[in-house]
Design a protein around this ligand. Structure first.
Ligand SMILES: C[S@@+](CC[C@H](N)C(=O)[O-])C[C@H]1O[C@@H](n2cnc3c(N)ncnc32)[C@H](O)[C@@H]1O
Length: 378
């Protein structure tokens, strides 16, 4: 998803977040004066920052670890420093074209990029597993595992009646321990490849939690059995128990999510998790995972979720191809909807029809009318 694909919940009227004239002025000012921080990916406007003398990436001083209080005169970022130390005799401009394994030059038509460390490799040096988007070095480090509390399985039903189910239901448990572990580890693996830590909740770092105030927008409240089901599900997902799905990878669409057991209509899949930002600070974000959280008609008070450092399964669901005839009818099996959950807007992903084993999970990136380009989607 991107800025253009911010979704609206289907039961509300699309709301324009912009005052186009005002927004255009702000955009122009930002464009002339600012750059994006390579660490937190938000705009550097008045905050103190420093640029790397080699790659020219710019960082907020406050985003550095340890934090810097004064701007250094000459500074090189950690990545360039590492590369310089590894290849001291190499011209700075050439560093990026050296293979991360054999240290010889890589030609454009023979290159593979690791999606974790971003290093370039000859395809023969990259590693045997072509489907994995990470290099052999990153592959050797195992992603962290979450300890599962088996007693919590009791929350998830073994079987569910598919008839006349109108409210949210909990997914059926994967009772095969090995498969359940494989499924959860597949989420962990995808997150690990993208340097994202598993977190199933909204993370309020750059905005206050109080800013997610549903009084600023009329949102359907989650009540009764739906609220109960959602709360129970949140409890078990904390321990790695998700709907029966696995995250896989292919070269057409990167990571995607597939059902490993049938999933009934209205089953909770997961909450859309990640860091919460003001939309005004993310107008130029290039994230393909931005999700609308609160729409107040003003960019400064509207909120979005971007799983940059923290995230969960939600960010791996595929989008339907809106340009294909009938694609919505055939492909879409998941819906994303924003709800008022006890005064806070939250985005819930749930099955909008029965899903068969082996089906890929798809939802509509253009549901809110934003023009996310799905022309090349499979
Ligand atoms: C939110 S991400 C989904 C996870 C992503 N596939 C990944 O590997 O991180 C959205 C991006 O996934 C890819 N994508 C999602 N749905 C797709 C589809 N149906 N066909 C091809 N690519 C798709 C596009 O590159 C899109 O910009």
């Amino acid at each position: 998803m991107s800025t253009q694909c911010i979704k609206e919940q289907s039961n509300t009227q699309p709301i324009s977040i912009f005052d186009p004239q005002e927004e255009k002025k702000i955009e122009l000012q930002k464009f002339k004066k600012s750059k994006v921080c390579a660490e937190c990916k938000s705009w550097i406007i008045r905050q103190k920052s420093v640029g790397c003398g080699i790659c020219e990436d710019v960082y907020h001083l406050s985003c550095m670890r340890p934090k810097l209080t004064r701007k250094p005169k000459k500074w090189t970022c950690t990545r360039c420093l590492e590369l310089k130390n590894t290849f001291p005799d190499t011209n700075e401009l050439e560093i990026d074209t050296l293979c991360g394994r054999c240290q010889k030059h890589v030609q454009c038509d023979d290159e593979e990029f690791c999606s974790k460390c971003s290093k370039v490799f000859h395809s023969k040096c990259y590693g045997p597993k072509k489907v994995a988007p990470i290099c052999i070095f990153c592959e050797q480090q195992k992603p962290p595992k979450i300890k599962q509390n088996k007693n919590l399985v009791q929350f998830l039903p073994l079987k569910i009646s598919l008839k006349n189910q109108n409210s949210f239901i909990l997914p059926c448990c994967i009772y095969d321990d090995t498969l359940r572990e494989r499924c959860f580890n597949s989420i962990q693996y995808a997150l690990y490849c993208q340097n994202i830590s598993f977190n199933d909740d909204l993370v309020y770092d750059s905005v206050q939690k109080q800013e997610n105030n549903v009084a600023l927008e009329k949102l359907e409240p989650l009540t009764g059995k739906d609220l109960e089901a959602f709360k129970k599900y949140k409890q078990v997902t904390k321990h790695g128990y998700y709907a029966p799905v696995i995250v896989e990878y292919n070269t057409d669409q990167g990571f995607y999510v597939k059902a490993v057991q049938p999933i009934a209509n209205n089953t909770l899949i997961c909450e859309y998790a990640g860091e919460v930002f003001r939309f005004a600070d993310q107008v130029y974000s290039t994230s393909d995972s931005m999700m609308s959280l609160l729409e107040t008609s003003f960019a400064a008070t509207s909120l979005v979720i971007i799983p940059q450092k923290y995230g969960n399964l939600a960010k791996y669901l595929s989008g339907i191809n809106n340009t294909k005839k009938n694609s919505k009818k055939q492909q879409q099996n998941v819906k994303s909807q924003r709800f008022n959950v006890e005064g806070e807007s939250r985005v819930i992903l749930y099955a909008c029809r029965d899903i068969r084993t082996g089906e890929v999970l798809y939802y509509d990136y253009n549901e809110g009318g934003f023009n996310y380009n799905t022309r090349f989607f499979v």
